[in-house]
Ligand binder design. Structure first.
Ligand code: TYD
Length: 202
């Protein structure tokens, strides 16, 4: 049996996942659990440098190159941060992971899904989340929340984000055991309650 729990949070930009992860983290700490709050891209160290390129580089980045940079960040994150924390029996709350690459680079940029799944498998050495929560948000609200100051990914446009959203819903449909969808069009408190219900089931 493996130790620790690995929970990932997904959704389009502006879906409110960061707020929800922080609320859940406080809830779990109060209950006496040891947690690790982390994110992709750029949890720390080398990842921070990769994040800087991924979000702010203003020259041309090919979709393949973009995918490999996210995957490089993921491999480092899994090996140096997530696996050690799992061994310590922690509950890992990870803001974005493999499904972001499937939704953004696969569905969004149009790269081959089979290849992305295979590369994700290599980057994670096969470690899969115990639970993934997707916060579903309509594209208009998502764009409004992101506002005018957009990073490189957020500037990809409405059509791109429609594909990303559909991608997440497809992922959830294909893996209903692991992936649960919560609508972001509710109050922060109600969404938190739904998140807690899913965690308690684990
Ligand atoms: P971030 O500021 O962390 O966004 P958010 O707060 O919405 O999570 O930026 C990460 C961006 O990178 C976000 O637009 C999603 C994108 N991304 C991918 O395109 N592929 C990936 O594999 C990952 C992890 C993120």
């Amino acid at each position: 049996m493996r130790e620790g729990l690995f929970i990932t949070f997904e959704g389009a930009d502006g879906c409110g996942k960061t707020t929800q992860i922080e609320l859940l983290n406080e809830y779990l700490i109060k209950k006496g659990y040891k947690t690790l709050l982390t994110r992709e891209p750029g949890a720390k160290g080398l990842g921070v440098k990769l994040r800087e390129i991924l979000l702010n580089y203003d020259g041309e980045v090919s979709p393949n190159c973009e995918s490999f940079l996210f995957l490089a960040d993921r491999a480092q994150h899994i090996d140096c941060i997530i696996k050690p924390a799992m061994k310590e029996g922690k509950i890992i709350l990870c803001d974005r992971h493999t499904d972001s690459t499937v939704a953004y680079q696969g569905y969004g940029r149009g790269l081959d899904l089979g290849r992305i799944n295979m590369l994700n498998e290599i980057a994670t050495s096969g470690l899969k989340p115990d639970l993934t929560i997707v916060f579903d948000i309509d594209v208009e609200t998502s764009m409004q929340r992101v506002g005018k100051e957009k990073d490189r990914m957020e500037s990809a446009g409405v059509e791109f984000f429609n594909k990303v959203r559909q991608g997440y819903l497809e992922i959830a449909k294909n893996e209903p055991q692991r992936v649960k969808v919560i609508s972001s069009s509710d109050t922060i408190e109600n969404i938190h309650k739904k998140v807690v219900e899913l965690i308690e089931e684990l």
